[in-house]
Design a protein. Structure first.
Length: 158
C-alpha cells in the first residue's frame, strides 16, 4: 500500500518511540511541527518532513523507505537532510551542501527544522544559557545559508 501522510505519522510515532526532544516531549511532535511549518505543501513534501530525522535517529535506511513504498523524491529529500555519520561533516558545511543541492523540498524542510529548533519557547527549555546561545547562533547561520537573499540583497547572506 502506498504511504500516506497519516500512515507516515503512525510510522514515525513507532520509529521514534521512546525518544524525546530537548523539552522532554515525544520526539515525533517535533517532526509533525516541522511538517506544519511547511504550510502549503504536497503530500510528498509533508511525508519527507515527517521522516526528516528517521535515517539519522533510527535504524531505518533510505532503501527501507523505498521498500515501504515512499517515492524516490521523498527518500532523496530525506537523505539530503540527514547529516552523514562517517565522516560527520561540520554542521555548517553540511548545511551548505543542502543549499547547494538545489533540492527545493530538502531546503524547505531544513529551513522549517531550523526555525522550529530555534523557536524561543523551545530554546528556553534548555537549562544551560551557553547552549541556548550557541544553538540560536547555529540555526541563525544555517537559515542565512538556506534562505535565498531578498531581491537587491545578494551577498548579504554570506
Amino acid at each position: 500500500m502506498k504511504p500516506t501522510v497519516a500512515s507516515t505519522i503512525a510510522f514515525i510515532q513507532q520509529a521514534h518511540a521512546g525518544q524525546a526532544d530537548k523539552q522532554g516531549l515525544p520526539y515525533w511532535l517535533h517532526l509533525h511541527a516541522v511538517m506544519e511549518r511547511l504550510g502549503a505543501a504536497s503530500d510528498n513534501e509533508r511525508m519527507a518532513a515527517l521522516l526528516h530525522d528517521v535515517l539519522e535517529d533510527t535504524p531505518t535506511t533510505a532503501v527501507d523507505l523505498l521498500n515501504m513504498g515512499y517515492p524516490e523524491e521523498v527518500a532523496v529529500a530525506v537523505q539530503l537532510v540527514t547529516r552523514p555519520r562517517n565522516p560527520k561533516p561540520p554542521y555548517i558545511e553540511w548545511i551548505r551542501s543542502i543549499a547547494a543541492s538545489g533540492n527545493a523540498t530538502a531546503i524547505r524542510i531544513k529551513i522549517a527544522d531550523c526555525e522550529h529548533n530555534s523557536d524561543p519557547d523551545r530554546l528556553a527549555s534548555i537549562p544551560i544559557e551557553a547552549e541556548r546561545t550557541s544553538l540560536a547562533k547555529r540555526y541563525s547561520k544555517a537559515l542565512s545559508i538556506l534562505r535565498p537573499p531578498a531581491p537587491g540583497k545578494e551577498g548579504e547572506n554570506e
